[in-house]
Design a protein around this ligand. Sequence first.
Ligand SMILES: Nc1nc2c(c(=O)[nH]1)N[C@H]1C(S)=C(S)[C@@H](COP(=O)(O)O)O[C@H]1N2
Ligand SMILES: [Mo]
Length: 334
Amino acid sequence: MKNELPPGQQIVGPGKWPLVGERESLPQPDTWNLKLTQRDQLVAEWTLEQLKQLPTTEITVDIHCVTRWSKLGATFTGVALKTVLDEAGITETLPFVSFVAHSARQHSTSLKLPEVIDETVLAWAVDGQPLTAEHGGPLRNIVPSRYFYKSVKWLKRIDLLDSDRLGYWEAEAGYHNQADPWKEERYLAPDLDRRQARALLESRNFAGRDLRGLRAENLDLSALNAEGALLRDSHFEHAKLTGANFRGANLSNAHFANATLVGADFSGADLEGADLSGADLREAVFTDASFFGASFFTEDLQSTKIDKMSLSESQLAALTDQQSDWVRRRWHEE
Ligand SMILES: Nc1nc2c(c(=O)[nH]1)N[C@H]1C(S)=C(S)[C@@H](COP(=O)(O)O)O[C@H]1N2
Ligand SMILES: [Mo]
């Protein structure tokens, strides 16, 4: 709990707690149970009673909803995620975790497991009272450091995953996948509301638009049209951008680490300061693109794939010596 409000938030009245999103779960069974899977294999299952017999924990958190209300100082009782994983004998920390609800639309949300493994609590009570059904009873996960959409009501399953699976709001409404309220990570693009963000994703048409700072990590945007778009400092880490059209786009300081960019067209694009390390750039076209300060490799991301001679001598000359040596060495090996 911090004694401050994140940017753009306002406090709800005392004792108030707005209801957001789904209002009810699917019909609840007599005995609630929670499943844990790892790489799609069921590894453990607990009834609520069994969970309550594990060492319990209490956390006092400030709730920050992406729709700009905050409720300060709610005390949740439950069991730490870490305790549950230990109990299940999980020794490996996979990269992602998805929390899945017992709800009509199979509501879910995901996070990077290493970032939240120590703070997440599976809660059954708030301020000394059992969670009501509308607020997620009998069980919801609480992730204190994120907007409240990362805290799923009616938690039924926890999936430990090798690759990310975007949650409901993240995929459907353009909600930011990281959701740090102190960084105001609300929506895909800072200047779009959620309807606009969703329409943008569905259309896969960014042509000519100002989308500076866009957050499109992990998304499948194959065949995207981003011709002439302003995408300075945008995030496409791990995104699938096969065949994307970035002709003439401003991609200065854009983040493409580990993205799939097979056959992407960067003709005439500004890639100054862009990070392309670990990306798959096979068959990508870079005619007349500018690369001053761009990077293709970092010490730990050397898996970049790039066709021989796809960069001209003058483009290579715009890179640091270390970067151009790396590219040449890479070509030499092929
Ligand atoms: N199952 C489920 N969990 C959910 C949602 C939802 O629609 N379904 N909405 C999320 C959002 S956007 C918020 S802000 C909080 C709202 O929780 P509350 O209704 O208890 O305030 O739940 C989150 N968890
Ligand atoms: Mo929310």
